[in-house]
Design a protein around this ligand. Structure first.
Ligand SMILES: Nc1nc2c(ncn2[C@@H]2O[C@H](COP(=O)(O)OP(=O)(O)OP(=O)(O)O)[C@@H](O)[C@H]2O)c(=O)[nH]1
Length: 580
């Protein structure tokens, strides 16, 4: 959690405290303004008192000087001025008394001053009256004995004292006003700074809140995206699971390895459209893995055939991945040099019960997800199982069609395939010959050397027949010591020649048994050809068999061709053939 969130519980109390402080600052400011205002009023009051003291003193002096001028000039104008000055002085003295009621000391002094002013004005009034009654000269003589000078000095001294006191008050009030002005300034500054700090803190808090909400919004968006991605991955996984289920079913229905490989290629192409690759099948006889199917677009070229030593997966028997952060040990069958920068390659061995059956190779330039690797591993596992099953089936099939002693096809295989070969040759207008071969006096051989030695010789004769026939020929063990060779596209004459070669080869065949060589022995052969002797498989075999009997009857170790006369039975098709 960011620090802002930790401070959140303290935000409301802090805000309340700031508001209280602000109110306090406001109240203090108002109080200071009022105090400042009161101080100013007192200052003005002091000035008024000082002005009134001076006015009183001045008015008394005016009355005094105009009365003196009247005495000296006897001019009524001067008397009038004197008479005007007297009430002014009295009024000023009375005003001063009224102005100083707030200050006891000054008030007493003001009253004394008023009394002295009244006394002084009374003295002047007595002299003016004397002048009016007895003349100016009499008044001037009286002046010499009057107490006017002393009274006036008393007024001046008292007025000076009062002024001094007022000056002191003035200085004190100025200091008090200056103090209040500073306090007021302080409160005003505080009143400006505090809201600004508060506003700054609030703005900072809001900015951080905004940032946090944007972060939360981004996180929510990311979470939504992750959820959507998970839904997509989940959908893809279920689709892949479904496809794997279908794939498993398809594999079970495959009848051959190439078919299984093709199905695998199609399924991988569908599951991973951005990947390309190959399915390799091992050719056990050559110890080589050969491409059996391809899919997608290959970003990394891979060889069509490879030896197990060319692939690390086949060497180690476990998946091998290279590129896109998965190592740089590249298999020899890959050409990584020409691949795009982000290319990757994945090889998975196809194996069952420790036997390498093939290789599944994928590559691409788009990143491969973990779930994709899981799917590929599942495909490889299923394909390995299917390959093992198919191989087992093939082995069983071969075993069911081959004679275990000689390795030749068995009679069932002969019967199943002779018809097909006949039809093929008939379609193409080609002949076909059948050789029935029977080992001579084999009972005697068995009796002389033992049944096991007979088995060994029969196995050796089987090998001789395999070596004496072409890939398209069918060399079969018909039963016991009797063999059949079907020679497609071979007519009577050529069959005779091939039969002779076979007879000679059998006559030269020996077998090693219990540390000694047994054989050789001879064999008799009967040959029947299509279309000359028969058209149906059974009849053809019968005719060859009949010819064989004749060879036996004529002394063995020889070949007899079927003759028209020695037909023992004929199928409807042969009847048609013989009537031609
Ligand atoms: N060792 C061995 N002998 C077999 C096998 N199948 C058949 N035989 C023997 O082959 C012998 C065939 O004898 P016959 O049919 O009388 O014919 P033959 O002795 O070969 O004489 P001809 O055919 O007239 O030359 C029998 O003794 C069978 O037991 C086999 O799988 N192994």
């Amino acid at each position: 959690m960011p620090p802002f969130s930790r401070l959140r519980p303290y935000r409301s109390p802090a805000l309340a405290l700031a508001i209280v402080l602000l109110i306090g600052v406001g109240v203090a400011t108002i109080w200071s303004i009022r105090g400042f205002s009161r101080g100013t009023e007192w200052l003005e009051h002091t000035y008024q008192v000082i002005a009134r003291i001076e006015a009183t003193e001045s008015a008394v002096r005016t009355a005094e000087s105009t009365a003196r001028a009247y005495r000296l000039t006897d001019n009524p104008q001067q008397q009038a001025e004197y008479l005007a000055a007297v009430p002014v002085a009295l009024q000023h003295a009375a005003d001063l008394v009224a102005l100083t009621v707030d200050n006891r000391g000054q008030h007493q002094r003001a009253r004394q001053l008023q009394q002295r002013v009244q006394a002084r004005l009374g003295e002047i009034a007595r002299l003016v009256e004397l002048q009016n009654r007895q003349g100016a000269e009499q008044a001037r003589v009286a002046t010499l004995t009057s107490s006017g000078i002393g009274l006036m000095q008393g007024i001046t001294v008292l007025a000076g004292e009062m002024r001094h006191v007022e000056q002191q008050l003035l200085a004190q009030r100025r200091v008090a006003i200056a103090g209040r002005a500073s306090l007021l300034t302080g409160f005003i500054v505080l009143g400006i700074v505090l809201p600004m700090v508060l506003l700054g803190l609030l703005l900072r808090g809001l900015a951080r809140e905004n940032l946090r909400s944007r972060e939360l919004e981004r996180e929510a968006r990311n979470a939504m995206q992750a959820l959507e991605n998970a839904a997509v991955v989940s959908g893809r996984l279920s689709e892949q699971r479904r496809a794997l289920g279908i794939y498993a079913g398809l594999l079970q229905s495959c009848e051959s390895l190439p078919e299984a490989m093709q199905v695998t290629a199609q399924v991988i192409g569908q599951l991973l459209p951005n990947a390309g690759g190959r399915c390799y099948a091992m050719r056990a006889s050559e110890n080589i893995a050969e491409t059996a199917a391809r899919f997608g677009w290959e970003s990394v070229a891979s060889a069509g055939r490879l030896e197990p030593s060319d692939c690390w997966a086949l060497r180690r028997g476990q998946p091998h991945r290279v590129g896109a952060g998965h190592g740089h040990v590249v298999c020899a069958h890959l050409q990584f040099a020409d691949a795009p920068p982000d290319a990757w390659a994945l090889c998975l061995p196809l194996a069952a019960q420790g036997t390498a059956l093939g290789l599944l190779h994928l590559n691409g330039a788009q990143p491969l997800g973990t779930e994709d690797v899981g799917v590929i591993e599942a495909v490889a596992e299923q394909l390995s199982l299917a390959m093992a099953n198919l191989q087992l089936r093939e082995t069983l099939r071969v075993q069911s069609l081959r004679d275990p002693l000689t390795g030749l096809f068995n009679r069932r295989f002969l019967e199943e395939n002779l018809q097909r070969e006949l039809l093929r040759c008939e379609r193409r207008g080609l002949p076909l010959s059948v050789l029935m071969i029977d080992v001579d006096h084999f009972k005697r051989f068995n009796d002389e050397y033992g049944h096991a030695a007979g088995d060994a010789l029969l196995a050796a004769i089987g090998a001789t027949l395999r070596a004496s026939t072409r890939g398209e020929d069918l060399a079969c063990r018909y039963g016991g010591e009797e063999f059949t060779v079907v020679l497609p596209e071979i007519g009577r004459e050529a069959a005779l020649q091939r039969g002779e070669e076979i007879r000679l080869a059998i006559a030269a065949t020996t077998a090693a048994h219990m540390g000694r060589t047994v054989g050789p022995t001879t064999a008799s052969l009967g040959i029947a050809s299509f279309p000359a002797d028969a058209a149906a498989p059974d009849t053809l075999l019968d005719r060859a068999d009949t010819a064989l009997y004749r060879a036996k009857a004529n002394g063995r170790d020889r070949i007899e061709l079927a003759r028209a006369g020695d037909a023992r039975s004929a199928s409807p098709a042969d009847a048609v053939l013989q009537s031609r």
